[in-house]
Design a protein around this ligand. Structure first.
Ligand code: 5GP
Ligand code: ZN
Length: 113
């Protein structure tokens, strides 16, 4: 997708702080972190949102979650983490390329207790 921000980040056309990359997945630090550790994990394949996942492209999502497990070890997130996907307008999705937020290094338990 020519005009997609995250396609451009994955292609290196827009700079980002890369933390992980493989053939199918790219991961980088969020520009506006919501936790002490906040990364964005994307499939390199352009999928607009979680609502567009189907039998033909779901392997890209499996690859993202395999990457998340590797990143958690690489970044020493042994205390745990939260993975978030925002989908669509009411879900708060602002970039129309499927992505997963990886948040860590503070207590994210909800409800708190
Ligand atoms: P969404 O709100 O769609 O779930 O998440 C989009 C995320 O991308 C936001 O957390 C936002 O801070 C992040 N973001 C938007 N533009 C950029 C950018 O140019 N670089 C980086 N590193 N993150 C971005
Ligand atoms: Zn894209």
């Amino acid at each position: 997708m020519k005009e997609c921000l995250f396609c451009k980040i994955a292609a290196g056309e827009i700079p980002s702080t890369k933390i992980y990359e493989d053939e199918k997945v790219y991961a980088f630090l969020d520009i506006a972190p919501q936790a002490p550790f906040h990364a964005v994990i994307i499939p390199k394949q352009h999928i607009a949102s979680a609502d567009e996942i189907n039998a033909g492209n779901s392997m890209a999502v499996a690859c993202v979650f395999e990457a998340i497990a590797k990143i958690a070890k690489q970044e020493n997130l042994e205390k745990g983490y939260r993975v978030v996907n925002n989908c669509g307008e009411d879900g708060g999705q602002t970039v129309q390329h499927l992505h997963f937020h990886l948040l860590a290094r503070r207590n994210l338990a909800w409800p708190p207790g």
